[in-house]
Design a protein around this ligand. Structure first.
Ligand SMILES: Nc1ncnc2c1ncn2[C@@H]1O[C@H](COP(=O)(O)OP(=O)(O)OP(=O)(O)O)[C@@H](O)[C@H]1O
Ligand SMILES: [Mg+2]
Length: 474
């Protein structure tokens, strides 16, 4: 591959979340330092950066002080980077140097390699043994300043220096490396609920603003991938549309829900009801919307069956019920215990970007009361609610009533609430034994109670049934 004129002096980091750094801090003469815990992903990240730049036609020299070529090539092949191809086309050269105690010998060898191969990018994996073998801070600084930092000038290109961060330590302690680096990234890992969480920390990026300093990432057969979401700094969200209800009681009380608002639907776990599911189905069908249904409890098939049975309950035949689901819903199941919170929210954000719904429903939200610290959960949830608002999306959170605190916290940032109760008193009505009753609340309005006999009455549901049938017959 040949370098075209506009690519000749352009270097990139094609990693989600690092776009601004790539644009503003990565130039010829830049030095990127990637520090990290053992096995955190330094080698894989640096080679991924090499690959993206080799694809632009740049030549990469990889100098390893620890790994054998075969093993290195095999690891990278495992994540989809075929270095053999790049090597054959002259764009990649791997060289293993012994851990020499003499920096001068190391630099002489490197100089020769530079003269012979004229690389545009050099990776040194890693600089830790080179620096650690000299005594004293002043000597360490001299090596960094006089040798390592000058490599980018020698090659008029990009230098990537890898550095080891011992387990348990959070900062590099290698002379003044923080000061000479144009970009300093640290790769770390920790355990959360028995899951390994990898995090990329942006410590420094010359010339680029840093808003999100910690980005979770993963390494899979498909390579190095970040989970990047920008939490909105301001709460934005103009009213894009009003969405109406067909269920006559909801129409009377709520009138509508606005584009960026969210609704909380909750039921006692031992008194879950058909009516609550109808709230979202109503919005989808009445306003001809596409809903992304994320369930934390059921498989997509179980979720589909549940919705189908509710649609049949209100009078649709099986065929029409299937059609309503296909037309208005995309059902996805997620096991939140199998992911860290950042991964989960980033995954959900990606689903929204891919499926482009008008409404997002989260089902089985009570699971977060059991598996994660509430402060962490609500911090992420708040960011998610604000980012849905920014996109103008209606959202609905379905949760079993597991405890009062969880309910109240959820309720405190909901615009509309439908709460199913099992009670003897339902507003002005009283039952002989506890019966289902729905409590409706909308910001700025006095709450009301509806007994289930009214909620599920034909009178209340017939407009919705008609709307459903119209929707599939169109
Ligand atoms: N094919 C693969 N699929 C999933 N994960 C992989 C794959 N190959 C490597 N990994 C993960 O990548 C990690 C190693 O990445 P890498 O070699 O870049 O780390 P490192 O920071 O350079 O480690 P070291 O400190 O040993 O040099 C391993 O911990 C492994 O879990
Ligand atoms: Mg490595």
């Amino acid at each position: 591959m040949r370098i075209t004129r506009n690519q000749a002096n352009k270097y990139v980091i094609n990693i989600k979340g690092l776009e601004e750094i790539s644009e503003k801090s990565v130039n010829p003469f830049s030095t990127i330092v990637i520090g990290g815990h053992p096995g955190a992903g330094k080698t894989i990240l640096s080679t991924t950066i090499c690959k993206d730049n080799m694809d632009l036609g740049h030549k990469c020299l990889y100098v390893s002080l620890q790994e054998e070529k075969n093993r290195f090539f095999r690891t990278l092949e495992g994540i989809g980077i075929k270095l053999v191809h790049y090597e054959k086309s002259g764009l990649f050269k791997f060289i293993k140097l012994p851990i020499t105690l003499d920096i001068n010998v190391f630099m002489d060898t490197l100089n020769k390699l530079i003269l012979d191969y004229s690389p545009n990018i050099i990776v040194i994996d890693s600089i830790t043994p080179i620096i650690e073998c000299v005594d004293g801070d002043a000597a360490k600084r001299a090596i960094i300043q006089n040798f390592l930092y000058n490599i980018s000038q020698l090659i008029n290109g990009l230098v990537i220096l890898l550095a080891e961060l011992p387990v348990g330590e959070e900062e590099l302690r290698l002379g003044n490396i923080e000061f000479v680096a144009d970009v300093l990234l640290l790769l770390k890992y920790k355990l959360e609920r028995g899951l390994m969480i990898r995090e990329l920390e942006i410590k420094k990026a010359r010339g680029a603003p840093i808003r999100v300093a910690q980005i979770p990432f993963t390494i899979t057969e498909e390579g190095f991938r970040t989970f990047y979401i920008t939490p909105p700094q301001k709460i934005k969200g103009s009213v894009k549309r009003k969405y109406y209800f067909s269920i006559s009681f909801l129409r009377k009380y709520f009138e509508y829900i606005k584009g960026p608002e969210n609704i909380l639907v909750t039921c006692n776990p031992d008194s879950r009801s058909t009516f609550s599911i109808l709230v979202v189905l109503d919005l989808l069908v009445t306003n001809n919307l596409k809903g992304l249904i994320v369930t934390y409890r059921y498989s997509p098939d179980e979720g589909r069956d549940l919705i189908k049975s509710v649609l049949q309950y209100i009078g649709l035949n099986e065929n029409d019920a299937e059609k309503v689901i296909d037309k208005h819903m995309h059902i996805v199941s997620i096991n939140p215990s199998g992911m860290s919170m950042p991964e989960l929210f980033a995954y959900e954000t990606m689903l929204i970007e891919e499926t482009k719904p008008n409404l997002v429903m989260y089902h089985g939200v009570e699971i977060f009361n059991s598996i994660i610290d509430q402060q962490i959960y609500f911090r992420w949830l708040l960011n998610q609610v604000f980012s849905l608002k920014e996109k103008g999306l209606v959202s609905a959170r379905y949760t079993n009533y597991v405890d009062d605190i969880f309910y109240r916290k959820n309720a405190s940032f909901s615009d509309l609430i439908v709460r199913g109760l099992l009670t003897k008193e339902c507003g002005t009505e009283s039952f002989e034994s506890p019966g289902r009753c729905y409590y409706l609340f909308k910001r700025g309005k006095k709450p009301v109670y509806i007994p289930e006999s009214v909620a599920l009455s034909d009178e209340n549901l017939k407009d919705l049934r008609d709307a459903m049938i119209r929707s599939v017959q169109k």
